[in-house]
Design a protein around this ligand. Structure first.
Ligand code: NCD
Length: 318
């Protein structure tokens, strides 16, 4: 039989309705965060396994806390210090952890396609917490949540995504997710850091930082030096990058909101004072990460299978 388990590998796994359902669920978990006892029994007896082969602060901590606040049993494995250091493969690591019978496996890995592969090594639902420069769907959901909360809508909102789009899984997921909910996207950065032909997806492209002026949201990306091939000169120097494309207080108007997925290079892609200003939603994004990831875990466990409409037609014997 075909595998009808639901996973969250790319933001495109959710249609607009699915995205909105998760944002609503996330909002309903907001009140839990204000209680003295910040825990609900929703996923009691369920097991969530987090496997992070790549470094992470926000994503791994929020998935762990999200599972705990839903009362799930949670186990988090960081690649360093595990048998991955001894050369254990993705397949062996996932199969080993899946022997405990988890309901959800959350995985981050440097290789594109690692999360999708993981679905073949486990019976659990798989959530992609970042695979190379491919996708980071829960970052997209938490960003949509943050924008909707700040502006009261998503439809028609103008978002300028600034910087290293080429190496960014956050940008890939956010572009798709923003367009799916009716927002408009402008990509701004040096030609070397904007994928060629990306206009075909429905975004606009500019190489002039001044063009962020019309945006409601200025979304700043990290310069991802670790993904830039050694020796390749994507920008003449970081100093020059900052001069031409750095997002600073003088380049945004007070009516605009500023976001960044973290970790930030303060003083490189974003001005330190702007990051700490009232118009910055960066810490709100972190809080949104918690309720959004609670919602994603809840959504997968309580709606385990894809819609029957999507089920392949069953052959009826004559
Ligand atoms: C991002 C990531 O790891 O993809 N960070 C995150 O999850 N908050 C963005 C980045 O590393 O620049």
């Amino acid at each position: 039989m075909d595998d009808l388990r639901r996973h969250l590998i790319a933001i495109g796994d959710l249609d607009r309705e699915g995205i909105e359902r998760i944002l609503e669920t996330a909002a309903s978990f907001e009140s839990v965060q204000e209680r003295e006892v910040k825990k609900v029994p929703t996923l009691r007896g369920r097991t969530v396994v987090n496997v992070f082969f790549e470094s992470s602060t926000r994503t791994s901590s929020s998935f762990e806390l999200a599972a705990k606040r839903l009362s799930a049993d949670v186990m988090s494995l960081k690649a360093s210090g595990s048998s991955v250091d001894k050369g254990e493969s993705l397949k062996d690591t996932i199969q080993t952890l899946s022997a405990y019978g988890p309901d959800v496996v959350v995985i981050r890995h440097a290789a594109i396609g690692a999360a999708l592969k993981t679905t073949g090594y486990t019976n659990a639902h798989v959530v992609n917490a970042g695979d190379g420069k491919h996708q980071h769907p829960t970052q997209c959901l938490l960003d949509l949540y943050t924008i909707r909360e700040a502006l009261g809508r998503l439809d028609g909102v103008q978002v300028a995504i600034v910087g290293d789009v080429l190496h960014s899984r956050v940008a890939r997921s956010n572009i798709q997710g923003l367009l799916a909910v009716g927002a408009q996207v402008l990509l701004v950065g040096p030609p070397t850091l904007i994928p060629r032909g990306i206009e075909a997806t429905g975004v606009r492209v500019s190489h002039e930082i001044g063009d962020i002026a019309t945006a409601d949201v200025v979304y700043v990306l990290r310069m991802q030096s670790e993904r830039m091939a050694e020796g390749a000169n994507y920008v003449p120097s970081l100093r020059e990058y900052t001069e031409r494309w750095g997002v600073t207080s003088s380049r945004v108007s007070p009516r605009q909101i500023v976001m960044h997925p973290g970790p930030m290079n303060r003083g490189v892609e974003i001005g330190a004072d702007l990051a700490d200003s009232n118009q910055s939603l960066i810490l709100r994004q972190v809080q949104a990460g918690l309720v959004t990831r609670m919602a994603v875990l809840y959504d997968l466990v309580t709606r385990p299978y894809r819609d029957t409409a999507e089920r392949p037609a069953v052959e009826v014997a004559a």
